[in-house]
Design a protein. Structure first.
Length: 147
């Protein structure tokens, strides 16, 4: 078992994995490989956004009262989901994938530079406890997707 990590570290590891998958997609030489990578990436991102929406963002908003930041982040999730829906129809569309990468990069930077530092300063936000909840919900969602 890896050492216990807080919610921000857990979420940021998922960001790093998504970045690696964007690179793998660009490096893929054939359409089958692109389809495989796109499918893993889209599923990972959907699960990641869902656990943020269900668990992390509400806890963040309760602790910080920073509603504008949560609204902006939620809007970016919506934009990403629309692109993912299009990619699921056409996973070998490299231009669409680049658009998604742009949106996700911007969004991840906001979380890293604004939301996570604010979360770590917030009083009464149990980031270790949240990590356990995020992990549990992720496992549930991954199992449901795999079924
Ligand atoms: Fe995130
Ligand atoms: Fe997010």
């Amino acid at each position: 078992m890896p050492q216990q990590q807080d919610a921000c570290t857990l979420l940021d590891e998922e960001h790093n994995k998504a970045m690696r998958l964007f690179e793998q997609y660009k490096a893929a030489h054939d359409d089958n490989r692109k389809r495989l990578v796109a499918s893993e990436l889209c599923q990972d991102l959907l699960v990641h956004m869902q656990i943020e929406d269900e668990i992390f963002y509400p806890a963040f908003q309760r602790a910080t009262s920073d509603a504008p930041l949560v609204q902006e982040s939620t809007r970016e999730h919506k934009e990403a989901r629309e692109l993912i829906a299009k990619l699921e129809q056409n996973p070998i569309d490299a231009r669409l994938m680049l658009e998604l990468e742009d949106v996700i990069l911007d969004h991840v930077n906001d979380e890293r530079e604004k939301m996570f530092p604010e979360a770590r300063k917030a009083k009464g936000l149990d980031l270790m406890g949240l990590a356990v909840q995020l992990e549990a919900r992720r496992s549930e969602l991954m199992a449901a997707h795999a079924a």
